[in-house]
Design a protein. Structure first.
Length: 254
């Protein structure tokens, strides 16, 4: 990534994994980069041109100036290994997963020493960003090199994002509560459905809005948040323990 990215810059940006978030990246950054994309499934290729992306081989996409790995958790390590064989010296490699400790470790171990590596977590999804990025948050975890400063400056200046510099462990420690409990509560409440929609309070409406923002996430997102975050289990156990204690207290009061 150049020291000062201008709107007319046409460095290349490769997106590996052209699902909903990969498409959001292409749509949002096509004014700043020449976009190349790869996805092993044929369906995502149909709308690539309209989003300003050119479909190419995984090898070609891995040779871009900036490579964004947006592939599913299940294939992440294999994809990183393939990127490591093809990426060029001086490139910036980032991921966009919901957990950071495990992906950061994989990238640090697998990618060559002559590339910059930043583990990132956009704290929003396509639905949250449908009206733009301004004011939304993104976590950046520097792994190797100094390019995270320029990446952060670009995201602030051109996309209006609130950039949070952190570490993989600090990220996952907070995300275990922020994401872990949100998705857990959403999963439980959806299992209780259909939920009331007529006589609702403002607080309940806000709760339903929160649920709607995560209920369509792919199953592997929930699995990663709950099972791959090394801090999620402790938070989950504490939540259920306190809920059980509260239930016992309520039963004792009658």
């Amino acid at each position: 990534m150049k020291n000062d990215i201008q709107k007319t810059s046409k460095e290349t940006l490769g997106i590996i994994g052209f699902g909903a978030f990969g498409k959001l990246i292409a749509q949002s950054l096509k004014a700043y980069f020449e976009i190349f994309a790869y996805d092993p499934l044929p369906e995502p290729q149909a709308g690539a041109t309209a989003l300003g992306a050119t479909f190419a081989s995984l090898e070609r996409v891995s040779q871009c100036d900036v490579v964004v790995i947006a592939s599913p958790v299940s294939s992440f390590e294999d994809v990183v290994a393939l990127v490591a064989k093809a990426c060029r010296p001086g490139a910036l490699i980032v991921d966009v997963g919901s957990v950071k400790v495990q992906p950061a470790d994989i990238m640090a171990r697998t990618l060559p020493e002559d590339v910059d590596v930043v583990a990132t977590h956009p704290l929003f999804g396509p639905q949250s960003a449908r009206d733009g990025f301004r004011g939304l948050k993104i976590a950046l975890c520097p792994i190797r090199g100094a390019c995270h400063w320029r990446l952060g400056a670009f995201l602030r200046k051109y996309l209006g994002l609130d950039v949070i510099m952190t570490t993989p462990h600090a990220h996952d420690r907070e995300a275990a509560t922020v994401q872990g409990l949100t998705h857990l509560i959403a999963k439980v409440l959806l299992s209780m459905g259909p939920l009331p929609s007529r006589m609702t309070t403002r607080s309940f409406d806000l709760l339903i809005t929160s649920i709607s923002m995560v209920q369509n996430d792919a199953p592997e997102v929930f699995d990663a948040i709950e099972n791959l975050n090394p801090y999620a289990q402790d938070v989950r156990r504490q939540f259920f323990r306190l809920a059980h204690e509260l239930s016992l207290d309520l039963e004792k009061s009658h």
